[in-house]
Design a protein around this ligand. Structure first.
Ligand code: RTP
Ligand code: MG
Length: 141
């Protein structure tokens, strides 16, 4: 399988719970490398742009308010099949439906406060990485 990059966000609920390190350990233990990262408190405009694909959905307003409710940790993960691997580690959108041992099953409280975001396809991964890390510097090892 090809080496891919994907965009991951640790959402405000998980940052508030002080589990950034525990979530990073899930990525690293699965063979994904953190090749860029930064903490940010998103503006409403940034959150609306980032989740623009959901603009017409009934949950859009709540999603944006939640994403700007506190700081987030944003990272680029790299590894074999990184996009699908990260989605597997995350678990289902609704933590009640997420498989045991996934990040959302273990750290998320609700479908809104669901701990992590992960890109869902190669096209969205490329766009989302460029959105948060324009002109990204990569540190190989
Ligand atoms: P994400 O984009 O954050 O990684 O989540 P996802 O792919 O698993 O889910 P997606 O369909 O992209 O939805 C984005 C976020 O919107 C909220 N949502 N609420 N009430 C609802 O039916 C509903 N559906 C989605 C979730 O917080 C989800 O993470
Ligand atoms: Mg999504």
């Amino acid at each position: 399988m090809a080496i891919e990059r994907t965009l991951s966000i640790i959402k405000p609920d998980a940052v508030a719970k002080n589990v950034i390190g525990k979530i990073y350990d899930r990525f690293e233990s699965a063979g994904l490398k953190i090749i860029a990262s930064r903490m940010a408190h998103l503006s409403q405009n940034e959150a609306e742009q980032f989740y623009g694909v959901h603009k017409a959905r009934p949950f859009f307003k709540d999603l944006v308010s939640f994403m700007i409710s506190g700081p987030v940790m944003i990272q680029v993960l790299e590894g074999e099949g990184a996009i699908a691997k990260n989605r597997d580690l995350m678990g289902a959108t609704d933590p009640k439906k997420a498989d045991k041992g996934t990040i959302r099953a273990d750290f998320a409280d609700s479908i809104d406060a669901n701990a992590v975001h992960g890109s869902d396809a190669p096209e969205t991964a490329a766009a989302e990485v460029a959105f948060f890390f324009p002109g990204m510097q990569v540190f190989t090892r």
